[in-house]
Design a protein around this ligand. Structure first.
Ligand code: FAD
Length: 537
């Protein structure tokens, strides 16, 4: 296969594939008969000139005389052989293998670790503290409608993990030399995701599609000999001579196991405490805190897309913002959800946490993102590996009380926050958070340095997105679960530094941030575990 990069089409074109074909034939000076087939590998958007937005393609071609063309275009950086991005399994379990690996957590990391182990014949046992995704959906949406919080079945816990009720953004900035991301996207498409996630530059799925995809992947794992148990929380791990020997579940059952993927996400605070108490080596790590910000999506669209706002190829616009503050802090936008809603993401009683989600269509009225300040253990929560968790909890409980102690979230208009006065009435931006918000003053909620940094950053962001600092935009608190506050250190073999057989993985262990990177880490860990298991006598 031959790869062409930087192929451009104007946003306003008639027939995408026919026009691309004409460009290929002209560029390579070949006839239609020589071009057997071509596919779009990636499609990006260049919106630097809003009146002339371009689509930028990477194409893979099946052509006659490929070697000859490669020689002919040897000096053209945009013509090259296509890399082989197909996934190749690193191991196959022998039929005689009796030991089964255990995977704890069925978020993207555990799902892919489990799937890969099942595909390699290892018949994993997967344990998930929450419920199967349909039951979990009822509990989560019930909480959003004002019912009680179920601390074991919510936005953070249950089949599909934290990303199930999300925007389903599927991109990451991690290096991926082995193309594991393609494996993840291919499995998602097999499970029902739209084909376009394979080639658009910023793919997203939206929450409803994710629910049915997760179910299909579960069925696949079971068909391959895997076992999945819901409402099965790992409450203890057993270690002998620095080797994992087993676990005990919440129902008291002990499972012996010597190979375990620990993919528990960033919210499993009780599990982190249990691991710490059992002697597993853990370090505190940086994370970020702040607010969710909401604007009208139409404002973001016209700022990003200009006269092309509303074009279906472009969809609802996103943004990514960073500001380095005078006090040395960095404020940035995170987990931006175009055309989405702010969601209640608590998993502990008496705490309020915000996050964002959207449907595939991204048709809701508001845009939202987290506007957060980076914080660091040495400076902001020194002294104990789990001190970041205590800080998160303190902020979430403070938000709970500021919101009226009934899971309403405290909120403030941007203009009032910048001036330092309490909000009393909403403006044009209507809050999307349910069960509801309480207008108040957020100035004292975060540490002073964080409030000062966000106050400086919002007007700076106005320079990039006109209207960003508009007085009636809305801030909802509190954003604390941007990433894990700890890192469960692992060595080059991906096992815990001081417990053999324990593979800390995904976001909770500090090795991923987002659905795609968590899934990729699940693949990496499954491979390492499989190879290690096959070396055992
Ligand atoms: P998780 O998804 O957190 O999964 C961990 C699982 O382990 C959970 O299901 C939990 O119940 C289970 N578990 C915990 N403790 C135990 C135990 N002791 N025993 C058994 N099971 C246990 N990322 C994106 O890339 N794009 C997005 O659009 C996006 N939107 C988001 C929206 C929301 C509302 C939220 C909350 C997150 C969003 N994220 C998004 C982040 C993304 O969901 C996470 O980065 C990702 O899910 C991390 O995957 P993980 O498998 O490491 O952990």
């Amino acid at each position: 296969m031959l790869r062409l990069t930087e192929i451009k089409l104007p946003l306003h074109h008639q027939d995408e594939m026919a026009e691309l074909k004409a460009i290929i034939l002209a560029k390579l000076a070949i006839t239609e008969g020589d071009l057997h087939h071509f596919t779009v590998f990636k499609r990006g958007i260049d919106a630097r000139k809003k009146s002339d937005i371009q689509l930028i393609y990477t194409l893979d071609l099946d052509v006659a005389n490929e070697q000859q063309l490669l020689q002919q275009f040897a000096k053209d950086p945009h013509v090259s052989p296509s890399p082989d991005t197909r996934y190749k399994f690193v191991a196959q379990a022998p039929a005689t293998l009796t030991e089964r690996p255990v995977v704890v957590g069925l978020g993207p990391c555990g799902l892919f670790a489990g799937l890969l182990l099942a595909q390699m014949g290892f018949k994993p046992i997967i344990l998930e503290r929450g419920k199967a995704v349909r039951e979990r959906t009822k509990d989560t949406f019930g909480f959003w409608r004002g019912q009680e919080l179920n601390t074991e079945s919510n936005v953070q816990y249950g089949e599909g993990g934290a990303g199930t009720f999300s925007d389903g953004k599927l991109y990451s900035q991690i290096k991926d030399p082995k193309h594991y991301g393609r494996k993840v996207l291919t499995e998602f498409v097999t499970a029902g995701a739209p084909e376009e996630i394979m080639y658009v530059s910023k793919p997203h799925i939206g929450t409803f599609k994710l629910v049915s995809m997760v179910e299909k992947m579960r069925a696949n794992i079971i068909a391959l000999g895997g076992e999945i148990r819901f409402s099965s929380r790992v409450d203890h791990i057993h270690i002998e001579d620095k080797q994992l020997t087993g676990i005990t579940l919440n129902n008291g059952e002990r499972l012996n196991c010597r190979h375990l993927v620990l993919a528990v996400g960033h919210s499993a605070r009780d599990t982190f405490q249990m691991l710490y108490d059992a002697g597993v080596y853990i370090e505190a790590k940086p994370f970020s805190v702040g607010f969710r910000i909401e604007h009208e999506q139409s404002m973001i669209d016209s700022c990003r897309w200009g006269p092309n706002a509303g074009n279906p190829i472009l969809g609802a616009a996103d943004y990514k913002l960073v500001h380095h503050c005078k006090n040395g802090r960095t404020v940035y936008s995170f987990c931006m959800c175009p055309g989405g809603t702010v969601v209640a993401a608590a998993s502990e009683t008496g705490g309020v946490v915000t996050n964002g989600m959207s449907q595939y269509s991204r048709h809701e009225r508001n845009a939202n993102s987290a506007i957060v300040v980076g914080i660091h253990p040495e400076q902001d929560y020194p002294g104990h590996p789990l001190a970041g968790i205590e800080l998160q909890r303190k902020l979430e409980q403070a938000a709970f009380h500021l919101g009226g102690a009934d899971y309403h979230a405290p909120a403030q208009l941007i203009g009032d926050f910048l001036k330092g006065s309490s909000s009393a009435d909403l403006g044009a931006v209507q809050p999307s958070y349910t069960p509801g918000i309480k207008l108040t003053d957020l100035s004292a909620l975060l540490p002073d340095y964080a409030t000062a940094a966000i106050r400086e950053a919002i007007p700076a962001f106005e320079k990039q997105i006109r209207g960003f600092a508009k007085a009636d935009g809305l801030l909802t608190a509190v954003e604390t679960r941007t990433s894990s506050p700890i890192c469960i250190k692992r060595g080059a073999d991906l096992q815990s530094l001081n417990v053999k057989g324990l593979y800390p993985a995904g976001e909770g262990a500090g090795y991923a941030g987002g659905i795609l990177s968590a899934a990729i880490d699940g693949i990496r860990v499954a491979e390492a575990l499989a190879l290690q298991m096959l070396q055992q006598p």
